[in-house]
Design a protein around this ligand. Structure first.
Ligand SMILES: Cc1cc2nc3c(=O)[nH]c(=O)nc-3n(C[C@H](O)[C@H](O)[C@H](O)COP(=O)(O)OP(=O)(O)OC[C@H]3O[C@@H](n4cnc5c(N)ncnc54)[C@H](O)[C@@H]3O)c2cc1C
Length: 300
């Protein structure tokens, strides 16, 4: 598949094992690129936004990496798993609700049927939807290279807009995992974007909360984007919540703390700073309330 003039690559490989994939990348010595569903990369290559590559190495067909598995308390997602698979998975709907919700708003069905969560994370956009969902859950990623495999917290992979510490010419993001939400835990995601649908989000946010039996907040994680060069963990807002009693007033305080820790940009085509701020004030408390309802067993 592929020819250099129309597609700007010479060879397209579909390795069946991780070892085969990293060997191919090694053989091309920086002149090959990993591809998943291709919904970002192939569009960008065709538009001339990437330097031409000699080869594409497709990570989405590696045997055993197109399934969602449980490993103890973790849910493990292979790099070939598409957004459509994630949103249909009953375990992720229940135990990783914000991930299911965030993958559910990506593109349309055609994009979700081929686009992968691994590609979303490896692309490293500040507001990739699946990325924001998985970040709130405390997601980790496994990276394979000729030197072996290692797991890292996903936030350590983000270098800048579209820039990843994963060397996408030499390494493969093979699996993603998160600890499933358990007793008195819940999560939720919300994205605001212009109604045309296909443009970039105005703001995307996800939360994971855990409650003590007396309804004070034991743990909280809040992810947001785009609020800077990389997907953002709103630590100061998380601190406002931990130890506090669940209340609408406390959720509002968390939203203010989140706003105080970021600089929201005004963009002519997307939204003004003031509008974005208003969206955080409206929807961050709303998703906190939804996650808390789930933690209390009020919603599924
Ligand atoms: C019409 C349209 C609408 C879209 N809407 C949204 C949206 O609403 N929200 C959103 O977040 N995104 C959206 N996207 C972007 C895209 O579909 C997603 O980011 C998708 O998850 C990318 O996954 P992929 O498998 O197609 O990645 P690819 O395009 O294959 O790759 C993306 C990047 O990741 C690297 N990569 C891929 N897999 C691996 C791997 N296993 N290991 C190492 N590197 C890897 C590639 O080298 C490339 O740099 C949209 C795209 C289109 C075309």
């Amino acid at each position: 598949m592929g020819n250099s003039s129309a597609h700007r690559w010479e060879h397209y490989y579909t390795p069946e094992t991780v070892a085969e994939a990293v060997d191919l990348l090694q053989r091309y010595d920086g002149q090959a690129r990993v591809v998943g569903g291709g919904t970002d990369l192939l569009v960008e290559i065709r538009r001339g936004l990437h330097r031409p590559v000699d080869a594409l190495v497709d990570a989405s067909r590696i045997a055993g990496l197109n399934t969602i598995e449980e490993d103890g308390d973790n849910i493990v997602i292979g790099c070939g798993v598409t957004h459509s698979q994630i949103i249909r998975d009953s375990r992720i709907i229940k135990y990783g609700t914000c991930l299911s919700e965030s993958c559910g708003v990506i593109g349309g069905p055609q994009v979700r049927n081929v686009g992968t969560l691994a590609g979303n994370v490896a692309h490293a956009l500040p507001a990739g939807d699946g990325t924001i969902g998985l970040l709130a859950l405390g997601g980790e990623i496994e990276i394979a290279s000729v030197d072996g495999t290692r797991w890292i917290p996903m936030q350590e992979s983000f270098k800048g807009p579209g820039k990843s510490f994963i060397n996408r010419h030499r390494e493969v993001l093979t699996r993603l995992r998160f600890r499933r939400t358990g007793t008195r835990e819940g999560s939720a995601h919300h994205r605001v974007m212009r109604p045309q649908g296909l443009c970039l989000p105005i703001i995307s946010m996800a939360v994971r909360v855990q409650l003590h039996d007396n309804n004070t907040i034991k743990k909280a994680r809040i992810s947001m984007g785009p609020v800077g060069p990389v997907p953002f963990l709103a630590e100061s807002a998380m601190e406002v919540l931990v130890g506090a009693k669940v209340s609408a007033g406390q959720f509002n305080k968390a939203a203010e703390a989140a706003l105080a820790s970021v600089t929201l940009r005004s963009s002519k085509y997307r939204a003004s700073t003031e509008y974005r701020e208003q969206m955080v004030r409206t929807y961050l408390p709303a998703i906190l309330a939804r996650a808390v309802e789930q933690a209390m067993g009020v919603s599924p």
